[in-house]
Design a protein around this ligand. Sequence first.
Ligand SMILES: NC(=O)c1ccc[n+]([C@@H]2O[C@H](COP(=O)([O-])OP(=O)(O)OC[C@H]3O[C@@H](n4cnc5c(N)ncnc54)[C@H](OP(=O)(O)O)[C@@H]3O)[C@@H](O)[C@H]2O)c1
Length: 266
Amino acid sequence: MYYENKVVFITGASSGIGKEMAVQLAKQKAKLVLTARRADVLAEVQQLCLQYTSHCDTIVFDLSKTDQIGQLATEALAKHGYIDVLVNNAGVSQRSLTIDTDISVDRRIMELDYFATITLTKALLPQFVQRGHGHIIVISSVSGLMGFPMRSAYAAAKHALHGFFETLQTEKPAEKLYVTIACPGRVNTPISMSALTGDGKPHQVMDDGQKNGIPVDTCVRKILTAAQNGKRLIKIARAEGLLLFIKRIAPGLFFKIAHKKGMQPH
Ligand SMILES: NC(=O)c1ccc[n+]([C@@H]2O[C@H](COP(=O)([O-])OP(=O)(O)OC[C@H]3O[C@@H](n4cnc5c(N)ncnc54)[C@H](OP(=O)(O)O)[C@@H]3O)[C@@H](O)[C@H]2O)c1
């Protein structure tokens, strides 16, 4: 029960990985602070969590309003006076070729997946340093480790997260502040539904790759165990794991396979 009584702040807690993380942590009696935009679904997750833990607060917030994230951090901190674990999970994916993607879409994805994440992290960093300990879990992706068709902005944002958080890991601002970067492959969540297309409209398709992806409970269990064990990076992937290996040992082959796989309809 590593997470028992720990105050855990989760972004993107209304769906998919964030929701499952909230439920698994509630079962471990963590004190939860959950945020997302959709008040109704967030309230449902809260009710689910309150079946297992006596502490579950919610804050409805749109993380794309990066200039207001300082207020979100203050509000989240005020719930218990401190945060033990920050889970940077909220994100949006992409389904469009580079050539078809309007630059405004690149900026939207970068704003949420990268700038919102680092803005919130920076807002909470002083309290972690002051307390001398804590844990930041970052939900990146295998797209943070390799390019893949239809993901130029998404892969760019996730790669940027690696640069930021790996640097933080080297700076080690507090002796016992740990950072775990999680890189899942395709997970069975509705992320492809909200993924942005070239003109910024949602894809609104539950891709086969998503449907047949890693079960979300398995993915979350592995992330929480990795964080508990102080791992800096964890890859949770099936075929994408093999692709990463091929990229390392035979880059030419990687580009051929990634092209063939990624240019097919999903
Ligand atoms: N599923 C996968 O295959 C996969 C693989 C690798 C990495 N990931 C990463 O895992 C994370 C979670 O994705 P998921 O698969 O669980 O997707 P999901 O089911 O679509 O959940 C995304 C979450 O982000 C929140 N969110 C989206 N835009 C937001 C905004 N502007 N402000 C605040 N919250 C916002 C959503 O809540 P609201 O809509 O209520 O705001 C939702 O709770 C993402 O960072 C994603 O890149 C997913």
